[in-house]
Design a protein around this ligand. Structure first.
Ligand code: C5P
Length: 222
């Protein structure tokens, strides 16, 4: 029996992780948040002042980065060299750098191979930017998520404000637009819809509606 891979890609702050988590919970699949991996790498680079233009420094740093996920009460936590950095990687400083870091070829090569290993022989829901195109081009179900940029910014702003981050809606909007631009225009596996991905525009959909939409696509493979 082959394992089942659900690939969820799309723009920043589209609700990919919300849907992915809900699916994983419902189906008892493993959820892998690849954005968290690029964010943890970015945090390490920031902390250690890694020069992004130096291939030698980047490669050396990558050797010293060990990422792990651990699951608790249906929450996925990411560990960077055994330290739980799940909250810290959501901070604006990391969000502002992550798309530059994730555009580096050596970074992508390493992350993609770790992601492929994690998804081997397990039923998984994986979300990111290049899952359906590069990480698991053979995924049985591919969903490409999108939503109105203003709505996305408002949703993310509410989330960050609730956590006490001191930012404005404009800053959040700018950051999302900036990351979308870098993610879609970079050379190494840019964000793009896989030809066989189903589009899910959730501008006007509730979380329940998105979940049933996705379950309908997955059920035939169960
Ligand atoms: O999903 P999230 O918004 O947390 O991802 C943060 C950033 O990581 C994205 O803006 C993108 O630059 C990068 N990323 C990526 N490939 C992935 C997942 C995330 O390049 N598969």
């Amino acid at each position: 029996n082959k394992n089942l891979v659900v690939a969820i890609d799309g723009y920043s702050s589209c609700g990919k992780s919300t849907l992915a988590k809900a699916l994983a919970r419902k189906l008892h699949f493993i959820y892998i948040d690849t954005g968290a991996m690029y964010r943890a790498v970015t945090l390490y680079f920031l902390r250690n002042r890694v020069d992004l233009t130096s291939e030698v420094m980047v490669k050396e740093a990558l050797k010293n980065i060990h990422l792990n996920f651990h699951f608790q009460n249906y929450q996925s936590h990411i560990l960077l060299n055994d330290e739980d950095v799940s909250d810290e990687i959501r901070q604006m400083e990391v969000s502002q750098q992550v798309s530059e870091v994730s555009a580096i070829k050596a970074v992508r090569t390493e992350m993609v191979s770790q992601q492929q290993r994690m998804g081997k022989s397990k039923n998984i829901v994986m979300d990111g930017r290049d899952i359906g195109t590069t990480v698991f081009p053979d995924a049985q179900v591919k969903i490409f998520m999108t939503a109105d940029p203003k709505i996305r910014a408002e949703r993310r702003f509410k989330e960050l404000a609730a956590k006490g981050e001191n930012i404005t809606l404009e800053e959040v909007f700018e950051n999302i637009a900036h990351r979308d631009y870098l993610d879609t225009t970079r050379k190494e596996s840019p964000l793009t819809r896989a030809h066989d991905a189903i589009i899910l525009d959730n501008t006007e959909l509730t979380e329940e509606e998105q979940l049933s939409f996705a379950l309908e696509k997955i059920t035939p493979f169960l």
